[in-house]
Design a protein around this ligand. Structure first.
Ligand SMILES: O=P(O)(O)OC[C@H]1O[C@H](OP(=O)(O)OP(=O)(O)O)[C@H](O)[C@@H]1O
Ligand SMILES: Nc1nc2[nH]cnc2c(=O)[nH]1
Length: 190
């Protein structure tokens, strides 16, 4: 089921961001090109595995956007984007985000108290972005029914599970300066 994702990750180039080995891939970067068969495969796998009995899908700028958008079209569930830009709307919630190579603020709008949500993102690595997202959603009074992330690297997933949340990842990889190694897939075919 995840043939395109597996093969493309095995060929992903690596760059250094400080000391961090950063892989570049269409799902996580939008470059060099996002092929429809890859996105279709990933979205089908998300629909098959995620709990979509929710009021809203929550994604994170920037690379949660193609995922949230396609998922919303298929499920007919509205989606919201946690932005890196401040809007200063009433009720906007700001949280601090730290990844393995960057720091910044995230801004949540559009959640009503009691909303049941599914969080979708492209990558989990340190878990810093997901922690910030969960904090913002907790502050907004949302109930997180499920979390699904396409690519898992590092130990961030464990932190989220330790906080008591369910989180699924479609593919688990290891990254070093030589490239990407595929470790595990949700379809069991790796
Ligand atoms: O688990 P973490 O260490 O937090 O890493 C995961 C985050 O890193 C990337 O976001 P980034 O902030 O680089 O933004 P982008 O989507 O604009 O590339 C990715 O989209 C995740 O949100
Ligand atoms: N594209 C990309 N996004 C990430 N988010 C966290 N780590 C990575 C990475 O290595 N590559």
């Amino acid at each position: 089921m995840l043939k395109n994702l597996r093969e493309s990750l095995r060929n992903a180039p690596i760059i250094k961001r400080g000391s961090y080995n950063y892989f570049i891939h269409p799902i996580s970067d939008g470059v060099p090109v996002v092929r429809p068969e890859l996105l279709r495969e990933v979205i089908a796998c998300i629909v098959k595995n995620a709990n979509v009995d929710v009021d809203k899908i929550v994604t994170i700028e920037a690379m949660g956007l193609p995922l949230g958008s396609a998922l919303s079209q298929i499920t007919d569930i509205p989606f919201i984007i946690i932005r890196k830009r401040k809007y200063e709307l009433p009720g906007e919630i700001a949280v601090h985000q730290a990844t393995g190579y960057s720091k910044g603020e995230l801004y949540l709008n559009g959640i009503d108290k009691g909303d049941r949500v599914l969080i979708v993102d492209d990558v989990i690595s340190t878990g810093g972005t997901m922690l910030a997202t969960l904090k913002a959603l907790e502050m907004a009074g949302a109930t997180v029914k499920d979390i699904i992330v396409v690519i898992e690297r590092g130990d961030g997933k464990k932190e989220i599970i330790d906080m008591g949340y369910d989180i699924k990842t479609l593919i688990k990889i290891d990254v070093d300066e030589n490239g990407v190694k595929v470790l595990e897939c949700i379809d069991g075919e790796c």
